[in-house]
Design a protein around this ligand. Structure first.
Ligand SMILES: Nc1ncnc2c1ncn2[C@@H]1O[C@H](COP(=O)(O)OP(=O)(O)O)[C@@H](O)[C@H]1O
Ligand SMILES: [Mg+2]
Length: 238
């Protein structure tokens, strides 16, 4: 369980998060909202790139914001980024292994964890292949493998299917749906593809201009008047 209380972030005159109160239960939860709503900023707060001006975040009864950011990764907080982060010059194996190299487990089990993560995301290829030789959908799956390797407790996915064709989005959905059961991690999915969010997330929270405007069962949230209004005039995603 992640419990967010009174979370606010300010950058000069901009308030990307404005007194956000929400909780995310086990399983996969959606986090949606128009562009600029504050979704990535929220992930940046959780992972320690951005320091909020107010608020608390408790994750499995630990004070996440009180933890140094490098400890958060070791504790089990993982994320993907909206812009691609897989390193093209490195192999698939090394891309995943570099995330896992500071864990306390021994080399043999680290190697097994890396291969497990690659196979979990359904990448049926030689792990020594360079990431630069892969297609966009496969590179995105490498990033998901980096987020699930080892023993993650919290997995944050920032638009993992952005720009992918329908078939690849479907493949991504199949992987995301298995993350909680396979890893035990609480997963938060940010995406603009409402089909993907609906198929992966029992519950969804909605941000608009840094404020939480709805939270609850995904189907109900997507029917909510305020949510529909927030999306009107931005993108016809609903
Ligand atoms: N480092 C930053 N400095 C100033 N403003 C920022 C910074 N990062 C994000 N913002 C602003 O914060 C708001 C929320 O951005 P973001 O969290 O990226 O939204 P989303 O991921 O929902 O599209 C936007 O208005 C954006 O321009
Ligand atoms: Mg974003």
């Amino acid at each position: 369980m992640i419990e967010v209380t009174g979370l606010s972030v300010r950058f000069g005159g901009v308030t990307p998060l404005d007194d956000m109160n929400v909780s995310f239960a086990e399983g996969t939860c959606g986090l949606i909202g128009p562009n600029g709503a504050g979704k990535t900023t929220f992930f940046n707060v959780l992972s320690g790139f951005v320091r909020p001006v107010a608020g608390t975040v408790r994750a499995f009864d630990q004070d996440l914001l009180g933890m140094a950011h490098f400890r958060r990764a070791r504790w089990g907080l993982r994320r993907t980024f909206q812009t691609e982060q897989a390193i093209e010059q490195l192999s698939v194996f090394d891309n995943v292994a570099m995330v896992h190299e500071h864990s306390k487990v021994g080399a043999a089990s680290r190697r097994k964890d890396v291969l497990d993560a690659i196979s979990f995301v359904g990448l049926d290829l030689d792990p020594q292949l360079r990431v630069g030789t892969l297609g966009a959908g496969e590179r995105r799956l490498v990033e998901v493998a980096r987020a699930v390797v080892g023993r993650p407790r919290v997995v944050l996915l920032d638009e993992p299917a952005a720009g992918l064709p329908d078939q690849e989005t479907e493949r991504m959905g199949e992987v995301i749906r298995q993350i909680p059961e396979h890893t035990g991690a609480l997963t938060i999915l940010v995406d603009h593809d409402m089909g993907l969010v609906s198929s992966c997330c029992e519950k969804t929270a909605v941000l608009d201009f840094g404020k939480l405007i709805a939270s609850g069962p995904t189907a109900e949230v997507l029917r909510d008047e305020r949510v529909i209004r927030a999306y009107l005039g931005t993108e016809s995603v609903l």
